[in-house]
Design a protein around this ligand. Sequence first.
Ligand code: FES
Length: 247
Amino acid sequence: TPAITNNINEVSLQIDGHTIHVPKGTSIMRAASMLGLAIPKLCATDSLEPFGSCRLCLVQIEGRRGYPASCTTLAEEGMVVITENKRLADLRRNVMELYISEHPLDCLTCSANGDCELQDTAGQVGLRQVRFEGYDKKQANKTVDNSNPYFTFNPDLCIVCNRCVRSCEETQGTFALTVDGRGLESQISTGLNTNFKDSDCVSCGACVTACPTGALMDNSVIEMGQPNHAVITTCAYCGVGCGLKAE
Ligand code: FES
């Protein structure tokens, strides 16, 4: 049983057997991450308002039916939450399988290879094969928008997680992007404008940073590949790599 907190601004709950006190208004996902538990996610980020669309972050709450999204469900006093069991693993793998079935499988030649949250999350949920043939090659090669001088939008790689639309609004206060259509037809669009260049986009790059796939990609990465973050250092206590040698 979780310890009861006396602080009226906090709630106490149990996640995977660990008791934690968190400020009221904290999501279950955030509380879990404070315990070092990484619940799989695609539409949530640390900086954007929770959206609850990808359904990868499902958890089980004792005494409740269904599997709520941990990013949009707030921690409550006395809650007992389970983030990992076979049922949750199966559900997450199935959701991811649907995403991947609608996505090209050419990771090795994709500019985002090695820096792709979709790729990483597929590995995290243990997806090894895709049973569905949802990815329609005839629909592939939708028009790539390279009208912006700094980045390119490739709709084939987009999973419509909405992170770009939300980051444009929440980070930049601009409303250059929207989602057109519904269900399988839904896609990120620049609204009534035909491309990024003619839209209200101010080229801040927030959407590129927010994108969990290679759909919105910095042109320098497309042209030169992923930046090399490795550093050379001679100091055992520092990763800066200034090259100073200890005497
Ligand atoms: Fe919670 Fe997407 S991360 S629904």
